[in-house]
Design a protein. Structure first.
Lengths: 167, 426
């Protein structure tokens, strides 16, 4: 959905540029509608949103919280770019290793040298397999990032239990 | 009116307080002269003391699962089987990660941490062609990699590089302690926790590998010292190669070498394999102890436990029981407090399945109650299981059982429960 939207945008922009070239001056107001992190209502109103998805970005710190917790971006913070890249890596690793299990965003919290990875998973595999994955991802990530990594998971019966509303 | 009365009251109060304060200040002035500020002496603190102090403010939640399990209704184990399965599953996941790191060692060699943390880096692999020095040997010895130590040592020998006496001694001690076998890494605690249950019975037969590298090294060392003899004798008696151990012991005696106390302890432990009848065993124990005395060695807790162990294997005769008490008294006189292991041996000597009921546990409990015990001996972990068993099957006393349980939950005593098998029996 988003892809086609972007394409449309580009096409429109090009058209506008051509117009501008011909008319030079235009009087219509600039369209600065914010789009990021917002979902559009579907015709059937059956698109499930989690609480996290239901709240647009300007609600961060009001109704919802950040997905990465660290101090790299405050003044005098260290390793800000490395941390961002590592966080992307952790997210990719977790969604890949825990295939089709995460039903929420992956929250990464850093305190001192510890990285805590939190999230909600669904109970579609047995508890034993989950423990295997916990041990595996904790150990491998700590080998890769060279610091202690901990997983803090919560389970829910299925994907439906994290749905906040349908739009 | 109200306000004025309140004001009046206040002013009265003020005058009163002024008066009082004057008296007080007057008094305090007079005492101030004599008072000295004493700066308390600095108490040396360790790096974890603050954490320990914080930890002492919270207690274990008896209703919760162990903190190694995930705190989630779905992931909390419901049974002993579940506990075992989940912990082992997590451990096997960690092992999978170790395997991947070892397979792709070249990818995991980045150095993120400063200073470099060795535990995160893959292990160095040695093979026939690798260039090794004595430093490598020293490193694998400190890292307890037994098969690597074996390989590196033979490589060094092939190349004709001299290994110093000290390193040889260290290698010999390592090999003797582990019977030249690779051990389970200390990282995998879960496997250790669940495995130990079966190993005790196996330990009772001879497992020493004859003609292994340890013996080779022992032979290759010219004019062995007392430490060399001590290492090999301890290794042999730990893995029940008793005859050879005894031979070597006599050899060392003839050469007039003074062996360590721990060597004597390990020999005392295997007395019941050396001699048949109870009398002969006891006389051997006494002989060994007099030998120690002659050599001017001070007995330690290990000696006490070994002697008690030897006694506990000598049947439940009246003599044995009396001797146990006598020994305990003698050791107390020279200032050696018995550990839980000692009490464990006393218990199994006194409370046999067939035989008269003994109330010795009451006396023991009076000695050890309301104290925090630290592990001093491997066998310490057997005490609580045995004590509870005695309460249940021998004395049928629920109050005593509650006292034992209270002791187990006192302070950090729960660390002494041993492994999962013992915990579940308990």
């Amino acid at each position: 959905m988003t892809m086609s939207y972007i394409l449309k945008n580009i096409v429109f922009n090009n058209v506008r540029i051509q117009w501008n070239a011909s008319r030079i001056l235009h009087t219509s107001p600039v369209c600065c509608k914010s789009q990021a992190g917002r979902y559009r209502i579907t015709p059937k109103k059956d698109f499930p949103l989690t609480y996290e998805m239901a709240n647009p970005p300007h609600q961060i710190a009001h109704r919802k919280s950040w997905n990465s917790w660290n101090t790299t971006n405050i003044e005098g913070g260290l390793r800000s770019s490395e941390t961002a890249v590592e966080d992307v890596f952790i997210r990719k690793f977790m969604t890949g290793t825990w295939h089709n299990l995460f039903v929420s965003e992956i929250i990464i919290k850093r305190q001192h040298n510890i990285i805590r990875i939190a999230g909600i998973i669904q109970r579609s595999v047995g508890a034993r397999k989950m423990y295997f994955l916990i041990g595996y991802s904790e150990e491998l990530l700590s080998f890769w990032l060279q610091c202690p990594v901990k997983l803090e998971l919560q389970t829910v019966p299925d994907r439906k239990s994290v749905v906040f509303k349908y739009i | 009116m109200n306000i004025s009365s309140a004001l009046l009251k206040r002013s009265k109060n003020v005058t009163q307080t002024k008066y009082i304060s004057r008296i007080v200040s007057h008094k305090s002035f007079s005492t101030d002269i004599n008072e000295k500020i004493e700066i308390p002496k600095r108490i040396p603190r360790g790096p974890t003391d603050i954490l320990r102090a914080l930890e002492s403010t919270i207690t274990r939640d008896p209703t919760a699962a162990h903190y190694k399990y995930h705190d989630d209704p779905f992931l909390i184990p419901m049974s002993n089987v579940g506990k075992r399965t989940f912990a082992m599953a997590q451990e096997s996941g960690r092992k999978a990660a170790h395997w991947i790191r070892q397979e792709h060692a070249d990818l995991f060699n980045h150095r993120e941490a400063d200073p470099v943390i060795k535990a995160f880096l893959p292990r160095v692999v040695y093979n026939e062609k690798s260039e090794v020095t004595e430093d490598d040997l020293k490193r694998v010895i400190t890292d307890v990699q037994i098969s690597d130590a074996h390989l590196v040592y033979s490589l060094l020998k092939d190349k004709g590089i001299e290994v110093s006496q000290e390193t040889q001694q260290k290698l010999l001690e390592l090999l003797c302690y582990f019977n030249s076998e690779d051990t389970l890494s200390e990282e995998f605690i879960e496997e250790r926790w669940f495995r130990q249950s079966s190993s005790f019975k196996e330990r009772q037969r001879k497992t020493w590998k004859d003609g292994n590298l340890a013996e080779e090294i022992f032979i290759s060392i010219e004019n062995p010292t007392a430490a060399t003899y001590s290492a090999i004798i301890q290794g042999m008696s730990k893995y029940f190669q008793v005859e050879r151990a005894w031979q070597l012991f006599e050899e060392a005696q003839q050469k007039g070498l003074v062996l360590s106390t721990n060597t004597y302890n390990s020999l005392l432990r295997v007395v019941n394999f050396l001699k048949e009848s109870y009398d002969m065993r006891w006389s051997l124990v006494v002989n060994l102890l007099t030998d120690m005395n002659k050599a001017g060695l001070k007995p330690n807790l290990g000696t006490l436990n070994s002697v008690l162990y030897a006694l506990s294997t000598m049947g439940g005769g009246k003599d044995a029981k009396e001797v146990v008490l006598q020994i305990l008294r003698e050791f107390k006189d020279i200032g050696i407090e018995p550990s839980l292991a000692s009490w464990y041996y006393v218990l199994i000597t006194y409370c046999k399945e067939r035989g008269p009921t003994s109330t010795i546990l009451y006396d023991i409990m009076a000695q050890i109650e309301n104290k925090e015990h630290k592990i001093k001996d491997l066998i310490d972990t057997y005490f609580f299981v045995t004590a509870m068993d005695v309460c249940r099957n021998h004395l049928n006393d629920i109050d005593l059982a509650k006292r034992v349980d209270k002791l187990l939950h006192f302070g950090n005593n729960y660390d002494l429960i041993g492994d999962s098998y013992k915990e579940s029996i308990y």
